[in-house]
Design a protein around this ligand. Structure first.
Ligand SMILES: Nc1ncnc2c1ncn2[C@@H]1O[C@H](COP(=O)(O)OP(=O)(O)OP(=O)(O)O)[C@@H](O)[C@H]1O
Length: 207
């Protein structure tokens, strides 16, 4: 499978945020997106996730499962916010996402307790999400990546609020995903433990 972006540009309101962004990622490859605040990293990820329409350009999947034309149909999106309901327990949140997302062809998610264990938080799945510390909440948001299988992970500052051990743990999850033929696109200034990522430096758009 290959994810192709060709000549993407995006607009927020009146402003062109970036222009003519192209890259190609094969299974097992990662792209690390860097650039100053406001240069358009989050906007690019939201375009890839199908949450914003590109102003121009083309996104496609080559040699992927049949019937999936746009990368967002095969993607997990982990944004700045964790997308969990504070009043629901950790388990209820993860269970919702597991059922809502379902598995993409080619893999299956792991069960909720295994996912909680994989992010180092076994034993607190019955607590309301809102009771967790900021770092624990981020770890639980990572568990969402594991409970439903998606070959493409779109990660926006994934390690914000994480301590050193969670950083390492997350690097391990990313490495395992790539080893299994996944694709990762991450906006981050942290190394993420990816051996040789492709890089994309966003510069912003001066007009
Ligand atoms: N909803 C919106 N309406 C209008 N402009 C927006 C909107 N959201 C973001 N922008 C603008 O788009 C530009 C790019 O923002 P974006 O969040 O993509 O940058 P970023 O590189 O991810 O920044 P950071 O490193 O601070 O997270 C900024 O100038 C921002 O003000």
């Amino acid at each position: 499978m290959r994810l192709l972006a060709e000549g993407l540009s995006a607009r927020r309101g009146e402003d062109l945020i970036f222009n003519d962004i192209s890259f190609s990622l094969a299974a097992g490859e990662a792209l690390v997106v860097t650039g100053p605040n406001g240069s358009g990293k989050s906007t690019l990820l939201r375009v890839l996730a199908g949450l914003l329409r590109a102003e121009s350009g083309r996104l496609s999947i080559e040699n992927g499962p049949s019937g999936f034309a746009h990368p967002h149909e095969l993607s997990h999106y982990l944004g700045h916010r964790n997308a969990m309901k504070r009043e629901l327990t950790v388990e209820e949140n993860l269970s919702f996402w597991q059922r809502f997302l379902g598995d993409s062809p080619g893999g299956s998610g792991i069960d909720l307790s295994a996912a909680a264990e994989a992010v180092g938080l076994a034993g607190i799945a019955q607590l309301p999400f809102g009771y967790l510390s900021a770092g624990q909440q981020r770890r639980m948001a990572m568990a969402k990546l594991l409970v439903a299988y998606r070959p493409i992970w779109l990660l926006d500052e994934p390690t914000a609020a994480l301590d050193v051990s969670a950083d390492r743990l997350f690097a391990g999850l990313v490495a395992a995903h790539l080893d299994h033929g996944g694709i990762v696109i991450a906006a981050t200034h942290q190394p993420l433990g990816i051996a040789q990522p492709k890089t994309l430096q966003m510069k912003g758009f001066t007009h």
